[in-house]
Structure formats: C-alpha cells, structure tokens
Design a protein around this ligand. Structure first.
Ligand SMILES: NC(=O)c1ccc[n+]([C@@H]2O[C@H](COP(=O)([O-])OP(=O)(O)OC[C@H]3O[C@@H](n4cnc5c(N)ncnc54)[C@H](O)[C@@H]3O)[C@@H](O)[C@H]2O)c1
Length: 265
C-alpha cells in the first residue's frame, strides 16, 4: 500500500541512534522531508547521510538539547521555515538507566529521566500543534514503552512513559477537531543492530550488557508469544502506518505494543 507519505514533512526527535535512527530510515524510504533533532551532532550527521542514500527527499539537522526551553520550537520552525509546515512529529527522544526502585535514590537521575522522556515530549508537542492546527492536519506518534504498565527496574522511567501515554491521549481528544491524530507505540526490547546505530549520547553507549544482558533478554523472551526480539525497523513500520493519514485516517488516541506480544494493553 502506498502510505501517501512522499514529501511529507517529518520531525523525529532523538533520531540519531537505535530506534530513532530506524524511524528516520523508514521515513527516508518513503521519500519524506525530515528534520532530525538530536543532541548528538556527529551521529546525526551519519544518519543524515544514510537517510539521503535511502531516498529521503531532504534531511535537515536540528542539533541541541531538547530539554532546554526553546530547542523543540527551533526544530519545528526549521520545517515550517523550509517547507511551509509540519505533517508528522515523532516524539522518540528518551533516556533511561534501569534500576530497582528502592535503590534508584539518585535524585539527579530521576530529574534527568523525567526531563528527557517527558519534558521533551511536552515541548515538541506544543511546538508542533501550532503549524498542524493552521494547516488543519497532522500526526503525532509518541514512542513510549512497555514499562508504562509497570516493569521491574523501570519505576521512574516507566512513570514518565505512562505520563507520555496520558499526554498523547489528551492531545488526541483536544485536537481531533483540527485534523490532528495522536497515537502511542510501545516498543519491546530493541537492542541496537551494530556500533553504527549508537552515538555517544545513546543510552546504549555504556555497552549493551550494562543496559540489558543476555540472561535478562532470555527471561523476557520466555514471556514473549512470538519468541523474538523487536527491531528498530518493527517500530519504524508501526510509526509509518500511524503517521499516514491514508492508512490510519481513523486511528487516534490509541496505544500499540510492538513487542511480539510481551504485553497486550
Ligand atoms: N531500546 C529499547 O529497548 C526501548 C524500549 C522501549 C522504549 N524505548 C524508547 O524508545 C526511544 C528510543 O530508544 P533508543 O533505544 O533508541 O535510545 P537511544 O538512547 O539509543 O536513542 C535516543 C536518542 O535521543 C537522543 N537524546 C537523548 N537526550 C536528548 C536530548 N536531551 N535532546 C535531544 N536528543 C536527545 C540521543 O542522543 C539518542 O540519539 C526512547 O524514548 C526510549 O525510551 C526504547
């Protein structure tokens, strides 16, 4: 099916590493115009070349820290100034360090977790709504997590992702009448598919085993009906579908687990 995304104007936050990189590749293959927003300029530059090689109509970089006040606005403005609007926002930027709730007592760590996962989604949403309302259409996809439903070692992080789900659904209710759809994808565990998928500010930069080791992955797979791990491409495919006003015209306020069935929300 043609998703009708050719030349669509797309902003992907945290688009330089792992899942965000996969999402950028997905939109690139559809021939979209993409603003890649990330704090990591070197890795973003690498993904920009990959995306142009995969068929993106254009790729612009907006490099900066999305937790600061004006950064999301600046990234949205890039698309509006260059291309006259914004059709799709993917709120993907995120960060986490797994830890049991009784032991995760470092307040600075909570604060950063809340800011990177939640503040960035609030500010990018608010920035995107203005052009989307003016043009009378738009799609926002939030990359949340299975931890939003309560998972071990994911207490504070999961709470930020539950907050993202509420933000997405409120956005859907308040802006449907302006033609704006808002949905959530909850990825299962997505391990980066190689060193080229990870920049220095990726949560995976500390080494895969320090985030999720093989024993933990095997344990998770026992409870996964499809018995395999999720890939960045799996998340990209779901995101593309939700971003398409043709394929997902009547879908808003919904949450999809893309995890091989690990959760069934
Ligand atoms: N990988 C998984 O298993 C998994 C599972 C469920 C949900 N998620 C969610 O998916 C999203 C992507 O995860 P990932 O594994 O690709 O993570 P990642 O750390 O590899 O990539 C996140 C990207 O966001 C960027 N970023 C971080 N803080 C930023 C900031 N303040 N301003 C701008 N950019 C910033 C990083 O530079 C990086 O490129 C996150 O929201 C994460 O919570 C991941």
């Amino acid at each position: 099916m043609d998703l009708g995304l050719r030349d669509a104007r797309v902003l992907v936050t945290g688009g330089a590493s792992n899942i965000g990189r996969g999402i950028v590749h997905g939109f690139a293959a559809e021939g979209c115009r993409i603003v890649l927003s990330d704090i990591d300029g070197d890795q973003a530059e690498r993904v920009r070349s990959e995306a142009l090689n995969s068929g993106a109509a254009a790729v612009e970089l907006a490099i900066g820290d999305l937790t600061t006040e004006d950064e999301a606005e600046r990234a949205v403005r890039r698309s509006v100034d260059l291309w006259g609007g914004l059709d799709v926002l993917v709120n993907n930027a995120g960060w986490s360090v797994p830890g049991f709730i009784a032991k995760n007592t470092d307040r600075a760590n909570w604060q950063r977790t809340v800011e990177v996962n939640f503040y960035t989604a609030i500010s990018a949403t608010q920035a995107a709504l203005t052009p989307m309302r003016e043009q009378g259409h738009g799609s926002i996809v939030y990359i949340a997590s299975e931890s939003a439903f309560g998972q071990i070692r994911q207490g504070v992080y999961g709470a930020t992702k539950a907050a993202v789900v509420a933000l997405a659904r409120t956005t859907a209710r308040e802006h449907g009448r302006h033609g704006i759809r808002s949905n959530v994808v909850c990825p299962g565990l997505v391990v980066p598919d190689g060193p080229e998928a990870v920049g220095g500010s990726s949560l995976w930069a500390v080494g895969k085993d320090n985030v999720f080791n093989d024993d933990q992955a095997a344990y998770l797979l026992k409870d996964t009906p499809l018995g395999r791990l999720t890939t960045a491409e799996d998340i990209a495919n779901a995101t593309l579908w939700l971003s398409s006003d043709k394929a997902a015209r009547q879908v808003t306020g919904q949450l999809f687990s893309v995890s091989g069935g690990y959760t069934m929300p």
